[in-house]
Design a protein around this ligand. Sequence first.
Ligand SMILES: Cc1cc2nc3c(=O)[nH]c(=O)nc-3n(C[C@H](O)[C@H](O)[C@H](O)COP(=O)(O)OP(=O)(O)OC[C@H]3O[C@@H](n4cnc5c(N)ncnc54)[C@H](O)[C@@H]3O)c2cc1C
Ligand SMILES: NC(=O)c1ccc[n+]([C@@H]2O[C@H](COP(=O)([O-])OP(=O)(O)OC[C@H]3O[C@@H](n4cnc5c(N)ncnc54)[C@H](OP(=O)(O)O)[C@@H]3O)[C@@H](O)[C@H]2O)c1
Length: 468
Amino acid sequence: MNSSLELHVAIIGSGPSGFYAAAELLNQTNPVIFVDIFDRLPTPFGLVRGGVAPDHAKIKTVTKVYEKISAHPRFRFFGNVEFGKELFLKDLESIYGAVIFAVGAKSDRKMGIPGEDLKGSDPATIFVGWYNGHPDYKNYNFDLSAKRVAVVGNGNVAMDVTRILAVNPKNLQSSDIADYALEALKKSNVEEIFLLGRRGPAQAAFTNPEIRELCELEGADLVIEPKEINLDELSKKSLEQGSGGLTAKNNVQILQEQSQKPIKNQPKKIIVKFLVSPVELIGKDGKVTEIKLEKNKLYLEKDGSLRPKGTGEYETLPIDLVFRSVGYKGVPLTDLPFDPKSGAIPNEKGRVMELENKKIIPGLYVVGWAKRGPSGVIGTNKPDSIETAHKLLEDFSIYKGNNRQSQQEKILDLLKERKIDFVTYEDWKTLDLAEIEQGKKKGKEREKYTTIPEMLSAIKKNKIQSLP
Ligand SMILES: Cc1cc2nc3c(=O)[nH]c(=O)nc-3n(C[C@H](O)[C@H](O)[C@H](O)COP(=O)(O)OP(=O)(O)OC[C@H]3O[C@@H](n4cnc5c(N)ncnc54)[C@H](O)[C@@H]3O)c2cc1C
Ligand SMILES: NC(=O)c1ccc[n+]([C@@H]2O[C@H](COP(=O)([O-])OP(=O)(O)OC[C@H]3O[C@@H](n4cnc5c(N)ncnc54)[C@H](OP(=O)(O)O)[C@@H]3O)[C@@H](O)[C@H]2O)c1
């Protein structure tokens, strides 16, 4: 009889990329793969819980797919276990045949300009985590007594941040936004939001539904002066040649149409400016008061892209708050190679390799934002994780020699020995229900627990209550 071989795989990180990798591995019949997925938080789903905007509930229903994966008998979840703090590479290598890193990119890119560290200048990453009730960020205080805010960047995160600052908070009332954030937004004095792009409308990184949402927002006017969307010759030509595809073409059309619409005099204004780069944040008593912008023009780079170049023409806007939304960035993991340039783990199609000599490190793999850098929507991670999973399977022959028999107890022993209060998937479901129940009382989709101790005690309390 030809019995199937067995492989135990650890996945670090339970965001979309971790779940898609798990699904692909669990689908295999030979070898039969057992997947243990670890997350530093007691809650799974990564940025689907801590990044996707609270008013984008439909997008979050993708977790139903992850639910199904979690129900597989060879899947286990260990939340509240941080790689590099409680669990190390040598631990995992002694238990699992292969390890996949799916840790995302938790930090942010900097603008690299004077005054960036003044009070009132913050990365979008923190604001996003704050309104989404991520335990790392709940204690941040954003001074929403500010009247004028600058949002730097033209990606979809900049769209989210601008929308959350601008929308009438009553439209967030029933969402899963953290309660403290909703209260702060209700008291917000924000009147004007400057949305600043360093390139032109044809190069914006946002997508059509997201810019349309800003056009149709209840609570704020999207103000675009016609001169802002007068395309330069290079942009016109690149659009004609199909650069940026339909998204770029439609973005320009949406913006042009919006620039022609009368202003409705809603309580807030979003003022769109293209072809400007912040060159300095100016402050008083340590707090930001002005943003100095340099006008840019575009030039054709050797690779065919249009890049921004300063013209030496400056303007200064009085502002009280700045959110830089210029991209996320990965952080190095203990005992793993890291590419500081891309902020990702160096890899060849998902096989982790040394940075300098590009030597593949057997048994280590990477997926998602940790693999390709912080870009792509949830769906982008599926083919990316499948690619890595297939590399792992191709390499499986190298694990055959020391094929491990059931290792399922070993990790439990290790976590117990280290007194790690880990959270199982069942525990998470208890917490999930408790959050939904808490939300119902307030007419919200869910009310999140926003500290780890609160999450752990809610799990314990609700588990006891559900005992027969
Ligand atoms: C603000 C924002 C909004 C977005 N909105 C949308 C949207 O509306 N629609 C859409 O399609 N895409 C959206 N995206 C993109 C989407 O969220 C990403 O493509 C996707 O989450 C990346 O998946 P990932 O698994 O690589 O990383 P993540 O989702 O970041 O998951 C990484 C996981 O690893 C865990 N982790 C990190 N370090 C460790 C460690 N040391 N030990 C254990 N666990 C660890 C983290 O806790 C986290 O759970 C958004 C992104 C952002 C930033
Ligand atoms: N609703 C959704 O589907 C949704 C929501 C949020 C996020 N996401 C996805 O998540 C990913 C990350 O989004 P993101 O917005 O963080 O990143 P992004 O799409 O890469 O956008 C980053 C923006 O910052 C600008 N930028 C970079 N450096 C700058 C600098 N020094 N000064 C001024 N501007 C600078 C970029 O301009 P250049 O183009 O000139 O480099 C770009 O406009 C994207 O794939 C996004 O689509 C999706």
